[in-house]
Ligand binder design. Sequence first.
Ligand SMILES: [Cu+2]
Length: 69
Amino acid sequence: MTDLTLPITGMTCGGCVRSVTAVLQALPGVESVSVSLEPGQAQVRFDAAQVTPAQLQAAIEDAGFDIPA
Ligand SMILES: [Cu+2]
């Protein structure tokens, strides 16, 4: 398993946290997700054989949030 912490901007409330959590958990290979609002970030544990960091990032961006470069 791989652990990754992704900074996220654009989350403003608990609903945003739930949205990000849900889109990440929906991806194959994602074992656990912990999203916090302050600071805005997602800690993800995932199987790197099934999903890539780029796919995690794309899922967050597709949900309407941003990953600062
Ligand atoms: Cu919100």
